[in-house]
Unconditional design. Structure first.
Length: 179
């Protein structure tokens, strides 16, 4: 089965630096097949017979911790589930070029109701957010970003339970999964 593993906080701002080539090598050595990465921010495509995504995430976290001494949160999503998640995205997500569009992926364990309440009340004139199966589709006006609730997300404790990709990366991963 094919999966995407999304790593949190890899190669961002000079912190948690991790070579994608070395990561591919470590995952292949651990028995994963057809391992590939996309850009340098912790997007990994793998194939395995394992079907439990939580177990896969924990396994990848352990491999990274043991091989690179980096504690990294990981969320693994099957190709089938990823296709479904993106197919169910709201019609407004990714459409307006004057807005920033994010794909926020929650790292287990989480409680979606707690996450949404912690994020707080949105300002509908400058931002939108909708939840789905362990993800949030977020769009924020570029002009209003500094005033938005979502723009202040990184200051909230819940931020450590998520990994964020932009709309383009989310779509590219979908295309790569389908190859």
């Amino acid at each position: 089965m094919r999966y995407v593993a999304l790593l949190r906080g890899i190669n961002v701002g000079g912190k948690a630096m991790l070579s994608m080539a070395q990561l591919r090598e470590a995952l292949e050595k651990a028995g994963y097949q057809n391992v590939s990465t996309y850009i340098n921010s912790g997007n990994v495509l793998i194939e395995t017979t394992e079907t439990n995504t939580r177990d896969l995430a924990r396994s990848i976290e352990a491999i990274i911790e043991n091989a690179f001494h980096l504690p990294v949160g990981v969320r693994v999503i099957s190709q089938i589930q990823y296709e479904k998640i993106l197919a169910e995205a709201p019609a407004w997500w990714g459409k307006d070029p004057t807005w920033k569009h994010n794909f926020i992926v929650l790292i287990e364990p989480y409680d979606m109701n707690d996450v949404i309440s912690t994020i707080g009340e949105l300002k509908p004139d400058i931002e939108a957010m909708q939840s789905s199966d362990g993800v949030l589709y977020q769009s924020i006006s570029l002009k209003g970003f500094g005033r938005s609730t979502g723009g202040k997300l990184s200051a909230k404790p819940v931020y450590k339970q998520m990994t964020i990709r932009n709309y383009t990366t989310a779509q590219k991963l979908l295309a790569l999964l389908s190859k």
